[in-house]
Design a protein around this ligand. Structure first.
Ligand SMILES: [Zn+2]
Length: 80
């Protein structure tokens, strides 16, 4: 006789396991949403996609930071 249990096991093994890579958690409402959307479909919060910590920052801010450090060193050198 044919054993039908093998069919059931094969069907379970075919379940995809990598379908969670395209979702993210909305920072506003905490809902699980697709990471390629611009607006959360639950709370309509605009989603900002940051692939790099410096992606949304201008180099002007880095220069300002360096100028601030240099100004502090110069001020200390003059005072002491
Ligand atoms: Zn949301």
């Amino acid at each position: 006789m044919y054993d039908s249990d093998e069919y059931d096991e094969d069907w379970i093994d075919d379940e995809p396991e990598d379908d969670q890579d395209d979702t993210m958690i909305c920072p506003e409402c905490g809902a699980e949403i697709f990471d390629d959307v611009d607006v959360c479909p639950v709370c309509l919060h605009a989603i900002i996609h940051n692939t790099s910590p410096w992606a949304g920052k201008s180099f002007a801010w880095i220069i300002f930071g360096l100028l601030g450090i240099i100004a502090t060193i110069v001020a200390l050198a003059i005072l002491f």
